[in-house]
Design a protein around this ligand. Structure first.
Ligand code: KG4
Ligand code: ZN
Length: 345
């Protein structure tokens, strides 16, 4: 089965062609990043994002098809991100998919972006065993999931405020380090002393297990103000390194607790922040200590991409063959929906 994947939830237009069935491979993958368009604002401008998706989606699809060595007539289905994300951006992908579905009579499989980040780990590792503990950590989301099976999802912890990547991006913006902040902080942290500045692990006053990242911004700014730190100085690099170390400590703390208290056969970490070199190393160490196999996708499948959308689309199509895949009333959703099992249908 040949599936065209379409991803337009945020600031990357992505199109992929995957082959599933006897052969399992990503035939082509195209990502048009909008980073240069948003960089000068230090964050994503929604109207610019959706306009750019609109401008590039058709030629990107043509390129992906060409690279995959097939035409529209060779496609068996279209998979697209229905949500969550920026509504204007999502609607471009949905409208494009609807047009293609109508004109070519192709099933249109709508998938959840966050679940697709988890699915990304299966592209290179088809034999991941359940139950899965999955940490999706990106610029828009930070959620720890427990999945007894692929289409059964429970939330163990989700962020109440910022996502981990969002905090990195905001701190980088504050100090004018560049955009997106995650990769820049990753690089700078390598040059600093991570033990120099103290950060405490956030605890919810109501006893909830949720994440909260917004306190890290305040703590970083306070340390910087107290010591009158300027970007580029050794002490500033120490602060960046200490902050990143603390953020990863926090992610590890929750993950380790879940590993200790739940029956877990595999650990998946995915989403843009899982490109982080320190995170990858420290999660590898933690998984080894807990004797749980860890799967972190290749960085190109960690950040937003359409291969993960097509991959999950195929799985959904197999698991729920009787759903209506020609529903032209389908509508995008901006906010994450955490109802067990529902989001896939
Ligand atoms: O998954 P993604 O492409 O988009 C969302 O769904 O949000 O993630 C983008 C996020 C940004 O916040 C970016 O700063 C972060 O991933 N990121 C990183 C690294 N590369 C990307 N964060 C830390 N270290 C990195 N190397
Ligand atoms: Zn994402």
């Amino acid at each position: 089965m040949i599936v065209l994947g379409i991803e337009t939830s945020c600031d990357e237009t992505a199109v992929a062609v995957v082959e599933r069935g006897a052969e399992q491979r990503v035939r082509s993958e195209r990502v048009k990043s909008q980073i240069p368009l948003h960089a000068k604002y230090g964050g994503i401008v929604p109207e610019i994002a959706s306009r750019n998706h609109y401008e590039v989606i058709d030629f990107l699809t043509a390129e992906a098809l060409q690279e995959a060595g097939c035409g529209v007539d060779d496609l068996d289905a279209i998979a697209l991100t229905l949500g969550p994300g920026l509504l204007g951006s999502l609607l471009i992908g949905l409208s494009f998919a609807k047009g293609l579905s109508l004109s070519r009579n192709l099933p249109m499989i709508a998938v959840d972006h966050i679940q697709a980040h988890i699915e990304a780990a299966f592209i290179e590792n088809p034999d991941i065993r359940y139950p899965v503990l999955a940490l999706v950590v990106s610029g828009g989301h930070t959620t720890l999931f427990y999945q007894p099976s692929k289409f059964k999802t429970q939330v163990v912890a989700k962020t109440r405020d910022d996502a981990a990547g969002e905090v990195m991006d905001k701190i980088a913006k504050f100090f004018a380090l560049g955009y997106p902040g995650g990769p820049i902080i990753d690089r700078l942290a390598g040059e600093g002393d991570e033990t120099r500045y103290p950060f405490s692990i956030p605890r919810m006053s109501d006893g909830s297990n949720d994440f909260s990242f917004s306190g890290y911004k305040t703590a970083v700014l306070r340390h910087a103000a107290n010591d009158r730190l300027q970007p580029g100085t050794p002490a500033f690099l120490d602060l960046v390194a200490s902050f990143q170390h603390a953020l990863i400590d926090y992610l590890l703390d929750k993950t380790n607790t879940a590993l200790r208290t739940m029956k877990v056969a595999s650990l998946i970490v995915s989403g843009g922040v899982s490109c982080n070199s320190h995170l990858r190393r420290r999660f590898r160490e933690a998984a080894e200590a807990a004797s749980v196999p860890l799967y972190i996708p290749h960085p190109r499948f960690c950040t937003d991409n359409a291969a993960m959308i097509a991959w999950l689309g195929y799985e959904k199509y197999q698991a729920f063959p009787h759903l209506n895949y020609f529903d032209m009333n389908l509508n995008s959703y901006a906010r994450a929906v955490f109802r067990e099992g529902v989001k896939h249908r």
